[in-house]
Design a binder for this molecule. Structure first.
Ligand code: F6R
Length: 261
């Protein structure tokens, strides 16, 4: 795993936006996996600024969301589709039909997850998947004990996650849905490049467990250790409990590409 430690969330935004810009300019049909929540916001702000400056276009891109709440209206302000439209896609030139999210269609049952997986496959798979990490270690909404081979399906949220997300529901934890539909860990691991973003001291402990602890379904983000191209991008507070902190900094400075090897 590549661990990149930067000084601030704004630096995290610039670094990750650079990688996305490279994908957008080198591929005829780039496929992005988008996360919601606070962690990717500096990236989205930077992408919007670059689009407005004319340096990047999403005209030929496709985008897939990681997850969605069940039981709140599509398009309601708390839905993840609304979140991503508001924070990113309405400010860029991604065609509306190029954005997809998992949905629990009436009577779809277990087919809903299967249909979403098919749509991802038909788009050629995800080139670059953005991820945040929950304080309990979840990626997407794969809570602790999720199978590391899981596919898109309905999950029940843990109390800790519902409390963390109550801030998007005017602080009312009872308003946070108990169920979600989420890409599985196996689905996430199929993406060609994973970028996990974490900022702030509240993520420090779980980041150290995910990056330096054992691979275990009790810390779903530890599954990134199994991926051949996973990058973890952190600010200093989120990196503060990493045993190999100084080595990661040095490895980044001495990266073979950066020094012409
Ligand atoms: C969001 C998602 C979640 C969040 C995680 C961290 O689509 O899948 O895994 O990435 O809950 O959320 P923030 O970034 O708000 O701390």
């Amino acid at each position: 795993m590549e661990v990149v430690i930067l000084d601030s969330p704004a630096d995290v935004g610039t670094h990750v936006a650079n990688t996305i810009e490279t994908l957008l300019t080198s591929s005829d049909a780039p496929v992005l996996g988008l996360a919601t929540g606070s962690s990717p916001l500096p990236v989205y702000h930077e992408l919007i600024a670059r689009h407005r400056a004319g340096s990047i276009s999403f005209e030929h891109a496709r985008a897939f969301l990681l997850d969605e709440y069940i039981g709140i209206e599509e398009g309601s302000p708390q839905s993840y589709r609304h979140f991503i439209e508001h924070e990113l896609t309405k400010h860029i030139d991604l065609p509306a039909e190029a954005l997809a999210g998992p949905r629990l269609l009436p009577d779809a049952g277990t087919r809903a997850g299967y249909d979403y997986e098919r749509r991802i496959r038909e788009a050629g798979g995800i080139d670059l998947q953005l991820l945040g990490i929950g304080t309990d270690g979840h990626i997407g909404f794969n809570e602790p004990s999720s199978s590391l081979a899981s596919r898109t399906r309905v999950k029940t949220l843990m109390g800790a996650t519902r409390r963390d997300n109550a801030r998007f529901f005017a602080g009312d934890v009872d308003a946070v849905p108990k169920h979600v539909i989420t890409q599985g860990i196996g689905t996430i691991l199929d993406a060609r490049h994973l970028i996990l973003i974490a900022t702030g001291a509240a993520k420090a402990e779980i980041v150290s467990l995910a990056v330096e602890g054992p691979v275990t379904s009790m810390v779903p983000a530890s599954a990134l250790q199994l991926h051949p191209h996973a990058t973890v991008v952190l600010d200093e507070p989120a990196a503060s409990q990493l045993a190999l902190h100084d080595y990661y900094r040095e490895m980044f400075e001495l990266k073979p590409e950066r020094i012409g090897l």
